[in-house]
Ligand binder design. Structure first.
Ligand code: AMP
Length: 530
């Protein structure tokens, strides 16, 4: 690991990095702990050349803040960086960064974002952060910069700034690292005594209580804020009495003697930081509190996960039509599994791989990036991108249609596609259909519908379709027989047999129009969401 202290050395080393190498950057103020380490470790995994800076930036400290007192264990920090595989450590002095006494250029992010949350109490702080981060970005020229979600307002402002100023860097936010007690790691925790540290667990405890209420359906921000404030008012029980592994002999009185002052708690939209009254999508609930003279912050993100709607059922019951319409009306993604297999088939052919060559296909799918996007067009229910390329039209050509079943039958392809489908499921907001969607792919789907119709009704629909296509010499009884045979084969096959999941709602569509089926499913959806 190289350690540089001057801007010129830093620039020289950065210019030596090959353009084919990805630069990862972790700006810090030092006193490194596991929170910082998690950022560095991620950078080391995701990029080729990791740069860390340690600089206690005077510009982001207010007059009465802890600039002089801020911990600076440089030798220890160097050892941590070296151990983690950092390639270049930048530890400049204040005069190196701000050489002149004259007034410097200050980067000023939108007031709407800097005047809320911490910004209300730390005037000039985010201007100081934005200025140093811009300067460091210009010097290090990273491909990816890593920031902790612990400083949620900082991440939101830096993301906005890089977007507005077209700074070519990906800003990656990383999860908050906490102690076992829930306390978010912070260099400032060093200022706390063990009693104060225990008292400080109140921040996360109160946020967790609000989070639980949210998970149980509370969407009213005032009510969520009340929960946090209440928790600050109620007397404290020492952690060791609640079974956590603390060996201090603290008693209730000691803890209640420690002064903890809630500075603010707010619920805001996570990207714009604007206050919310009701949560419809996602929210950031952020808090700052003083323990003695030490100011601590913490936050949690609340996300409304939209459900998975899984439609199973026999062929000809209307699954595909209903799923497409339902997804469009709800603004969900129609998880078009057929399109996914078609996309892989297209890629196989595009790479001139023989469709029977299972080994080559397995390695091709291992790293494939396949994305589906909602579409307004019922004929083309999803937009499909593979490795970034839009192939929505290409996958519908006869060339692909002719080969798709051969590719889809391969176990490596199936495994990868099921994993991808489950990844979509984790995000929620999807309508998925298929023979084993509710039983195998999404056994935990919030709403499972087994869409069915008697063989007679399905045969009648099929007959009308065929007549519309100009086929007239087919009789109803033959169709009924065909459908019964297919149902039998589908429900007795070894892989992914057709069967109703135990918790699925059976919906018999014999006498229902498509609109009526959709209305019924929507009413079930309201029931599972309430
Ligand atoms: P600082 O040294 O306090 O400026 O922090 C440097 C980076 O580490 C910032 O992006 C912080 O958000 C991040 N960081 C600090 N504490 C934590 C934590 N507990 N978990 C995750 N990231 C953190």
């Amino acid at each position: 690991m190289l350690i540089v202290t001057s801007i010129s050395e830093l620039q020289r080393e950065i210019s030596r990095v090959s353009p084919s190498q990805k630069i990862g950057f972790v700006p810090t103020m030092g006193a490194l702990h596991s929170g910082h380490e998690s950022l560095i470790q991620r950078a080391v995994t995701e990029t080729d050349f990791v740069v860390v800076s340690i600089f206690v930036n005077p510009l982001q400290f207010g007059k009465n803040e802890d600039l002089d007192q801020y911990p600076r264990p440089l030798e220890q920090d160097k050892a941590i960086c070296k151990h983690l595989g950092v390639k270049l450590l930048f530890t400049p002095s204040v005069t190196e960064i701000y050489p002149s006494e004259e007034e410097n250029t200050i980067v000023n992010p939108p007031t709407a974002m800097t005047s809320v949350l911490c910004g209300k109490y730390r005037q000039g702080h985010f201007q100081g952060v934005a200025t140093i981060v811009t300067k460091l970005f210009n010097l290090v020229r990273p491909n990816v910069a890593y920031f902790g979600q612990k400083d949620a307002q900082q991440v939101a402002i830096i993301k906005k700034m890089t977007k507005d100023l077209n700074i070519p860097v990906k800003v990656q936010s990383c999860p908050i690292i906490r102690e076992k007690s829930g306390l978010a790691l912070s260099s400032r925790n060093q200022y706390l005594s063990s009693e104060e540290k225990e008292k400080a667990t109140l921040l996360y405890r109160s946020l967790s209580k609000a989070q639980r209420a949210f998970q149980e359906g509370q969407r009213d921000c005032q009510k969520l804020l009340q929960i946090v404030k209440e928790e600050f008012r109620s007397p404290q029980t020492p952690l060791n009495k609640r079974g956590l592994n603390l060996n201090d002999s603290l008693n209730k009185k000691d803890l209640n003697d420690i002064n903890i002052q809630l500075q603010y708690v707010e619920v805001v939209e996570p990207e714009t930081l604007q206050p919310l009254t009701e949560i419809s999508d996602s929210a950031l609930i952020a808090i700052a509190a003083y323990i003695g003279n030490t100011r601590l912050i913490d936050n949690v993100i609340l996300t409304v996960t939209k459900p998975i709607i899984a439609l199973d059922g026999p062929a000809g019951a209307g699954k595909s039509t209903v799923s497409r319409r339902l997804a469009r009306e709800l603004g969900y993604i129609y998880l078009d599994t057929g399109a996914m297999y078609r996309a892989i088939t297209w890629l196989v052919m595009e790479n001139n791989i023989n469709v029977e060559d299972e080994e080559s296909i397995a390695s091709l799918v291992a790293n494939v990036q396949l994305e589906l996007f909602p579409s307004d067009n019922l004929q083309i229910p999803v937009t499909v991108k593979i490795n970034g390329q839009d192939i929505t039209k290409e996958i519908r050509t006869p060339r692909v249609t002719n080969q798709v079943s051969k590719v889809a039958a391969q176990s490596a392809v199936r495994e990868k596609m099921v994993a991808l489908q489950q990844e979509y499921g984790a995000k929620g907001g999807i309508v998925a259909e298929g023979r084993d969607i509710g039983t195998n792919v999404f056994p935990h789907a919030q709403l499972k519908i087994f869409l069915t119709a008697t063989p007679q009704a399905r045969a009648k629909r099929r007959l009308i379709d065929l007549q519309n296509q100009g086929e007239s010499n087919i009789d109803l009884d033959t169709l009924i027989k065909e459908i019964e045979e297919r149902d039998y084969l589908d429900s007795t096959r070894a892989i992914a047999p057709l069967k109703k999941a135990e918790d699925a709602i059976e919906l018999i569509t014999d006498n229902l129009t498509i609109d009526q089926v959709i209305e019924k499913i929507k009413s079930y959806l309201i029931l599972v969401q309430s």
